[in-house]
Design a protein around this ligand. Structure first.
Ligand code: ADP
Length: 448
């Protein structure tokens, strides 16, 4: 096992990794930008190294500065967390060429699944169902129109390098397809410096169900069951749960086996997530692979009893996974909600600044992953998520009522947050009965 690692991230995930390392007796160094200089978690690491100004390009995305920090701290490995450089194959390559282990998959596997078009091709080879659509990039209108006629409207235009729901356009007819193609290409170029887009059938009233996987370098590939993340706003997850409230057991098994087949075909090791769309008839189609630890990993930790960060460190250091597939339970029901510093009354505009009042929820069956405290200043430079509230109960109904109770205890001011919307979701009858899809929040709950 490593004796010291560098954490190339910030906020709650940096703290989450520090906690796992502390329990394992692994020392930590954490990088930070000047915007994060007062963050309390920096004091929990063994070492904290300032790497630059607030802009991500000057700090959390700056590869030379992160590598210098790793060398100063004399670490054996780097944990990239999620976001920032987590899925950057070039960064992984640079780390390893400097003899620093990157806690994530091999570069070849990252490349195989990182580009969505390439990933779809690999999925076809591995006999994993994909959404009907273009086999490769689509760059001209004529090809787009011909394809749409073939697969039928509605279709969705997506960025090959996409992430975070950006660069996507839904088209219901030829006119909106033509306009959407140009917009999606421009947005993709802007966000990812890669204008490549592709087209697939838009699965209406679908659910987002993903499978957590983890593999070691000794040939063990395990799935850790599914998470249902259908409660989304603008293709961004707000609520995640495990098990899915609707999946038939045969479908669950098929989904998990598809995920394992794809991960094996990619020669993948470490933790990853295979995302699927599940349609009304419970057919499943691959969406993409996320080659990193995900925000919603605690849901899986609660139902399986495993610590995913510790397993990531084990695998990266060359040890085998600490368990076998048959030993992975899916106990009870876990729900996570994302508490973002955003104002639901103002179109979810970010609400940065000082948190002057804070009362955190607790009590039985409640887990809170957060780096914030009373007096903390939320910097305007990064993602707006300030906390993840997770509950784990014997049944889904109990998990929902525990979540309502915990959300009710959560007081944060004057920062505006998504808490009122999350409470509304817990109270919603369709959510309670599991009768929702990826468009539900916007179509039903936020339609004014
Ligand atoms: P990103 O990488 O930007 O998160 P994904 O491919 O994971 O993009 O898709 C994010 C969300 O967008 C999905 O959870 C789903 O809500 C929606 N989506 C993507 N592709 C489709 C599709 N073909 N049909 C219906 N919804 C889709």
């Amino acid at each position: 096992m490593f004796s010291k690692i560098l954490i190339a991230n910030r906020g709650e995930i940096a703290l989450r990794i520090i906690r796992a390392c502390r329990e394992m007796g692994v020392q930590t160094a954490v990088v930070y930008s000047t915007a994060d200089k007062d963050a309390a978690y920096l004091k929990l690491a063994d070492q904290a190294i300032c790497i630059g100004d607030p802009a991500p390009a000057e700090s959390y995305l700056n590869i030379p500065r992160i590598i210098s920090a790793a060398e100063i701290a004399d670490v054996q490995a780097i944990h990239p967390g999620y976001g920032f450089l987590a899925e950057n194959a070039h960064f992984a390559e640079v780390c390893r060429s400097c003899k620093i282990e990157f806690i994530g998959p091999p570069v070849s596997a990252m490349a195989a699944v990182g580009d969505k078009v390439a990933c779809k091709k690999l999925a076809k080879k591995a006999k994993v169902p994909t959404v009907p659509g273009s086999d490769g990039a689509v760059d001209d209108e004529r090809t787009a129109l011909r394809l749409a006629e073939e697969i039928g409207y509605p279709v969705i235009i997506k960025a090959a390098a996409g992430g975070g729901g950006r660069g996507m356009r839904i088209a219901h007819n030829d006119v909106s397809l033509q306009a959407g193609l140009r917009q999606a290409q421009a947005e993709a170029e802007n966000a990812f410096k890669n204008s490549t887009v592709y087209i697939e059938k838009y699965i209406e009233f679908g659910r987002h169900v993903e499978v957590q996987v983890i593999a070691d370098a000794h040939g063990n590939v395990c799935h850790l069951w599914e998470r249902d993340c259908s409660m989304q706003r603008r293709h961004q997850k707000l609520v995640e749960e495990s098990p899915s409230p609707v999946l038939k057991s045969k479908v669950r098994e098929a989904l998990c086996q598809s995920a394992v087949r794809l991960i094996k075909a990619a020669g993948y090791t470490n933790a990853g997530t295979v995302e699927f769309l599940v349609d009304k008839d419970q057919n499943h189609y691959l969406l993409e692979v996320n080659a990193r630890i995900q925000v919603e990993h605690p849901v899986t930790e609660q139902v399986t009893g495993l610590d995913l960060i510790k397993e990531q460190l084990r695998v990266a250091s060359g040890l085998p996974l600490s368990f076998k597939q048959e030993q992975v339970p899916q106990n009870g029901h876990a729900i996570e909600v994302r508490i973002n510093a955003e104002d639901p009354e103002r179109k979810f505009a970010p609400s940065p600044g000082v948190i002057s009042e804070l009362r955190l929820p607790g009590g039985p069956r409640v887990r809170l992953d957060t780096h914030v405290y009373a007096g903390y200043r939320i910097p305007p430079n990064y993602d707006s998520m300030v906390a993840k509230l997770i509950v784990h109960c014997p049944t889904r109904a109990e998990a929902i009522s525990t979540m309502r109770r915990a959300l009710g205890e959560f007081h944060i001011a004057p920062t505006k947050t998504t808490i009122p919307l999350l409470m509304q979701i817990m109270d919603n009858q369709n959510f309670q009965s599991g009768d929702v899809d990826t468009g539900f929040i916007e179509r039903v709950m936020l339609a004014k």
